[in-house]
Every structure is written in C-alpha cells, then in structure tokens.
Write a protein that binds this ligand. Structure first.
Ligand code: KIV
Ligand code: ZN
Length: 511
C-alpha cells in the first residue's frame, strides 16, 4: 500500500509574497474554501504578526475551515508564536509553523548569531508553540545552503522539543534535483529521531527546479510538499501544486506515495487564484494552461481520436477541464443556484451575499442565455464586493465612442455615502472612464496593468478585467466582471481603489 503524501498549500502566505499578489481577507477566504474543497491537507493562511490585516485574515480562515488543518507562520520569537496561536484558535485543527535560518550566510549576516544560539532559539520556539497545539512545524530557513551535519543537529533538537513536521526549505532555489534528494535522504538517515516527524520540503523556483526538487525529495523520503497554486510565490515562485500532485498521481510506478486531493478541482482553483491576484496563467503552462490538453498538429489529433493515450498521459477531465457546462438559465431558481455553487465549493457565510449573487445571476441571465460555471465564479466575486460595505460604489456610468470623435465617459459614484459625478474624455472609452473616476476620487494611484479576458466564448461572454495599481510602492489588484467590458473595467478600477483605502502595512517574514 502506498504512503500518504501530505499537501501543504502556502498560496495565501508565500504566494502572497509575490510582488503585486496581495489579497484581501475576503479573497483569502474564497481561496481557502476552494483549497478545502480540493481536500488540501494543510492551508498556510498567513503570517499573523505581519500586520493587523494578516491577523484578521488568518483568524477568518481559521474560523471557517473545517476539513483542512489551518496553519500560521511565526518567526522563532515569542511574540510571533503567541500572535499566531491567537489568530488560529478558532480552527478545529491548527498548526504553528515556526522557522529560523541555519545557513552560515544567514546566521552570520542576517541573524548575527552563533550556531549554538540558533539551536537554542529554535528549541525554545518549538516548545513555546507546543504550549498552544500538538501540531508544530519547524523550518530551518535556507536549509538548501546549510551544513547537512548542523541541520541534523537542529532537527534532532527540534523534534525532541516537540516538532512533528520538519520542513527543509530551498529558500533561494539554489539546489539541483539529485543533490536535494540526497540531502533529504541524508537528513532522514542521520537524524536519530527522524521517525518521530514527517519530513517536508519547500522549494523555490529561481532556477526553474522547484517541482523537480520537490519530486526528488519525495522519492527520497519526504512525505509533505509545500506548494502554491500556479507556482505563485516569492521571486520566481514556489513549486506548483498542480504539477507536483499530477506528477505523483500519473507516475505511481515511481512514487511510493500519493495525495488524497480531489484533482478535478485543480483548474477551478487555478482560475480563482489567477483572477484574484491578476497573475495570468501562460497558455502552455502544464496542467492548468489553456493549451495543456490542446492538440494542434494533424498527426496528434488523428492519434488522439484513434486512442487518447497515444498523445495524452492524463485525462483533461481529471484536473477539471471540461467541467464547464451550461448549468443554469433564466428560469433557474434560488435553490438550484445555491446547489450548483455548493457543488463548486462556494458556500456563503452571509445570507445577503447569496441574495446579492442571485440577483446578479438574474441580471446576467437576462443578457446571456447560457450560464457556465466560470460565469458563476465571476459573478460571485462581483456580488461579494457589492454586499460588502465598500467606501466607493458605482452608481451609474455611460461611455460614448464614435469614429472620428474623442471618446467620453460620465460616471456617478457614491463615496462614503455621498454621491459625486464627473465627465471626462480619453483615448478610448475605458481611458475616459478611468479619468472620470480619478476626477472624483483623486487617488494618486499609478495604473500598472490592465487586462481583459473573456470568461467563456462568444461575444455575449462576460469580460473579466484585472487592473493593478501602485500607490506609494504598495501594489494592489482589482477585478470586475460584466458583459459590458467598459463597465467591467470601471468595477475593477473601483475594486482596486477600495483596497487602496484599506491601510495595511506589513512585516515581511524573512526580514
Ligand atoms: O522559503 C522559505 O524558506 C520560507 C520559510 C518561511 C519556510 O518561506
Ligand atoms: Zn518560501
């Protein structure tokens, strides 16, 4: 019988450390619910001491996730560990993940600590975390560049102190698959109490090897992989969850273990994370790219038609492609709507959010005959924004363009309950609309990215717009969806401005 491989998802923590990928509490909750629905074992919900906003997000996730363990990151400091425990306390099962660097360069230059002091502080941190939970993970940061003998000493001590998961990070993405696999084997064989803990890995993708390194570690005894949806993460990102999970599932002849994930949720999760963060998925990305299962050449198409296995090693439906079906129409009722959302893993905490989503669904069904799962995900996001008490709300707008004329837009917003109106002209109707919004809000933001995607096919498809703005170095994304792409653009811009108004300074875990 094969062992279990635990999947620890850190999209909400390391993933959020990608510049520009910051997420609101509500967005993190949506991703956490999708991860739980996919049966991820551990969800690292954030770094609670980083900011009050991070604390709130972790405690909201802890309060609503039932089937996955919720984890919070903490440096090996009393304050971090106590704050993490406080944020996590509502979760039925929670883990504290504490870390301290062990590589010579980090100990000397960053921590200015001697190796003995590092061992002492790591042990103290694990013991403190054990006062709150019996589920404690310790990471020797920059393990990939640490002395293996010293690592064994650190691991032995933290396992004795009560860590039941020890995670080996290749923090700077420096390792090579063969070498990293050998390191994991060495650590398991040379840490005297290694049988008392699950060995985990956390690989960064600086040399494009995060997934390869993680898989090599699994072959050599690791039984937890830390990863993120779409490989999001600090710098070049972390190991992509979808690639790790499908490699292990597809090559059961090589791996002596498997995950218990519902892989049919992978594409949904990927789209959700891409939409929320504004990080597009490249078409040729494995598993979740739009072309991952598309066969262009005649020879391939012919082969696949004769026997799918000639050119396909996985079934598209096993990762959630082709789930998209026409689900509901104009005459569908509230219960059918609610039931379909539940099947997609979307459950509302508040009745007013469900009502707002249902009313958006009815409006959409008037404009668009066929409503697909993707339409539902987009309108749910939109309805949640509407149901929240946002400071800026779109009351009405009109955009006008004609060949040979300067496009114009008129926008009416409510700001903190007060109605305000502005007209503007611009290079196109979207530009004019953004200028009209700016004439009212005067946000001082720089627009860094504007992108439109059609959610389904056809000219009646909803357009999903992502904008990224920069305000004094803080980078924020906004999203909006509508069958009218100028309205979707206005919604996305207003969504970003609402986030800018929420102040959230934060500490970086590695600083
Ligand atoms: O990359 C890293 O070392 C980390 C640790 C906090 C596990 O993210
Ligand atoms: Zn990391």
């Amino acid at each position: 019988m094969s062992d279990k491989l635990y999947i620890f998802d850190t999209t909400l923590r390391d993933g959020e450390q990608s510049p520009g990928a910051s997420m609101t509490r509500e967005e993190k909750m949506r991703i956490a619910k999708a991860l739980e629905h996919m049966r991820v074992d551990v969800i690292e919900a954030g770094f609670p001491v980083a900011s009050p906003g991070d604390f709130e997000s972790v405690s909201s996730v802890a309060g609503s996730i039932r089937d996955s363990v919720v984890c919070g990151l903490a440096r090996a400091l009393d304050k971090d560990i106590d704050t993490a425990a406080e944020a996590l306390k509502a979760a039925p099962a929670f883990r504290i993940h504490t870390f301290l660097a062990t590589s010579p360069i980090h100990m000397r230059e960053k921590l200015r600590m001697e190796p003995d002091q590092v061992v002492e502080q790591a042990v103290r941190a694990v013991k403190r975390a054990r006062n709150y939970t019996d589920n404690v993970e310790f990471s020797p940061e920059d393990a990939g560049r640490s002395d293996p003998e010293f690592l064994c000493r650190v691991l032995e001590n933290v396992i004795d102190a009560g860590a039941n998961t020890v995670n080996i990070p290749d923090t700077v993405g420096y390792n090579m698959p063969l070498q990293f696999g050998e390191l994991i084997r060495y650590l398991i064989e040379n840490t005297p109490n290694s049988d008392k803990a699950v060995f985990s890995v956390h690989c960064h993708n600086d040399l494009g090897l995060a997934v390869a390194n993680s898989l090599s570690a699994v072959v050599n005894g690791a039984r937890q992989v830390e990863c993120t949806i779409n490989g999001l993460g600090e710098r070049a990102g972390n190991a992509a969850l979808e690639e790790v999970v499908m490699a292990v599932r597809t090559r059961q002849d090589i791996f002596p273990c498997d995950t218990t994930l519902d892989t049919t949720q992978i594409v949904n999760c990927s789209k959700l994370v891409s939409n929320i963060t504004g990080f597009p998925v490249q078409p040729n990305k494995s598993i979740v790219g739009a072309n991952a299962f598309a066969h262009e050449s005649g020879i391939h198409q012919d082969g696949v038609l004769k026997s799918r296995e000639t050119y396909e090693i996985m079934r598209a439906e096993d990762v959630g492609w082709h789930n998209n079906r026409m689900v509901l129409g104009k005459h569908s009722g509230r219960n059918a709507f609610k039931a379909r959302l539940a099947e997609m893993g979307i459950v509302f905490d508040k009745e007013e959010e469900l009502n707002a989503a249902f009313s958006r669904f009815k409006d959409l069904a008037d404009k668009k005959h066929e409503i697909y799962d993707e339409d539902l995900s987009a309108l749910v996001a939109d309805a949640i924004h509407n149901a929240q008490q946002e400071r800026i709300n779109l009351i009405s707008m009109r955009a006008y363009s004609e060949t040979g004329e300067m496009p114009t837009a008129s926008v009416t917003l409510s700001i903190d309950g007060e109605e305000k109106h502005a007209d503007a002209s611009g290079g196109g109707p979207v530009d004019a609309t953004f200028k009209a919004i700016e004439a009212i809000v005067n946000s001082g933001c720089d627009l860094q990215l504007y992108s439109v995607n059609n959610i389904t096919t056809g000219t009646d498809s909803q357009g999903e717009v992502t904008v990224r703005v920069d305000k004094n170095g803080r980078v924020i994304n906004g999203q909006g969806a509508d069958t009218d792409i100028v309205v979707a653009s206005a919604k996305a811009y207003i969504n970003a401005l609402n986030k800018v108004m929420e102040n959230c300074e934060r500490t970086h875990p590695q600083v």
